[in-house]
Design a protein around this ligand. Structure first.
Ligand SMILES: [Zn+2]
Length: 128
């Protein structure tokens, strides 16, 4: 998290901003991660998975952006997206469901830092 001056209008945005609050342009943060998903259970507990981009598919398929090698996870299980409104999680018609803080996600739900996601049996905490 760094203080982020806008290249377009020079507005100083609060740390952690991805879009300028004054002019709406995307801030240049190539070296800054959007955040991490931390595995909260299982043999890979405490592993940090870096969120690789603003659209991120989580699943068992090796084509997923974040691969979760668990039988309870569908090949393309859920999609995590980031926009100026923040993070959202969307279930991709997974077999075992996607849960946000224990509640099933039926279509799409907002996610904030500290929230717990469960995909099948895998629990992940968003740290952004
Ligand atoms: Zn700006």
């Amino acid at each position: 998290m760094i203080t982020t001056g806008c290249a377009a209008c020079t507005h100083e945005n609060r740390p952690g901003s991805f879009f300028c609050s004054q002019c709406g342009s995307r801030l240049h943060l190539e070296n800054e991660s959007l955040g991490d998903l931390v595995r909260m259970n299982g043999p890979q507990q405490d592993t940090r998975l870096e969120i690789p981009g603003p659209v991120c598919v989580l699943g068992r398929a090796n084509t997923a952006n974040i691969v979760l090698e668990e039988d309870s996870v569908s090949k393309e299980h859920a999609r995590l997206t980031y926009s100026e409104d923040g993070f959202r999680i969307e279930d991709m018609q997974s077999s075992n469901g996607t849960f946000l803080n224990g509640k099933r996600v039926h279509e799409v739900a907002e996610v904030v830092s500290g929230d717990l996601l469960r995909l099948g049996s895998v629990i992940l905490k968003l740290e952004a």
